[in-house]
Design a protein around this ligand. Sequence first.
Ligand code: SF4
Length: 240
Amino acid sequence: MSALIEQAVKLLRVAKETHGDALVYPCSMGLEGSVMVDLICRNGLDIPIMTLDTGRLPQATYDVVSAFEERYGIRVRVLFPDCHEVEAMVREHGVNLFRKSVELRKDCCEIRKVRPLMRALEGKEAWITGRRRQQSKGRADLQLIETDVVYGLKKYNPLLEWSLNDVEEYVRTNGVPYNRLHDAHYQSIGCECCTRAITVGEDERAGRWWWENDDGVAECGLHVMSIKQVTGDIEDGEGI
Ligand code: SF4
């Protein structure tokens, strides 16, 4: 566990030293988010933390944002979708459009999540993610540092090699605030309407857009278009 923490902090430091104020952490407010916020704040890394309020979040997510702010004395930047775009989308397709087709679900994610994120990433060089290799089949080939072809930014994945047990142990041991939906067997937490608890043996992200999944696990569009890049040019490269 200490080696994983050391590796994650080292990568965060490399990201901060490389990109300075042009680095941001968009936090999902899930369990990995708890680890990352604690690592950033505990180590005084001064990496701005933001989150996306889609308008469909569960109350437990607002509660953890508030708990972070109290615990660490920070203010999380909350980004909202363009209200005119949301109104037009709902007017045309209804409030639960995401259940009607994969295309409409992706449109909803695009307007409520991807576009606000793109605004937040304007002028940035890099962002941090809480993604882990074990979360789904689609994340098995992730690398510690990637180049995102959509946003043209570097992506750092400090928790890449962490297991779910590692994440849970870190949160428990350090008394880190966390999203209480995890106590009800939710793993990957997003919008209330598109997230459910999972059962034993299911993929960790099987609780997201489950009605679309035959054998794979859907992504929201924030991460699907990255390409991997070899990471040999950062510091000594060892353990990162
Ligand atoms: S997770 Fe569901 S409600 Fe949230 S933005 Fe995506 S489709 Fe819309």
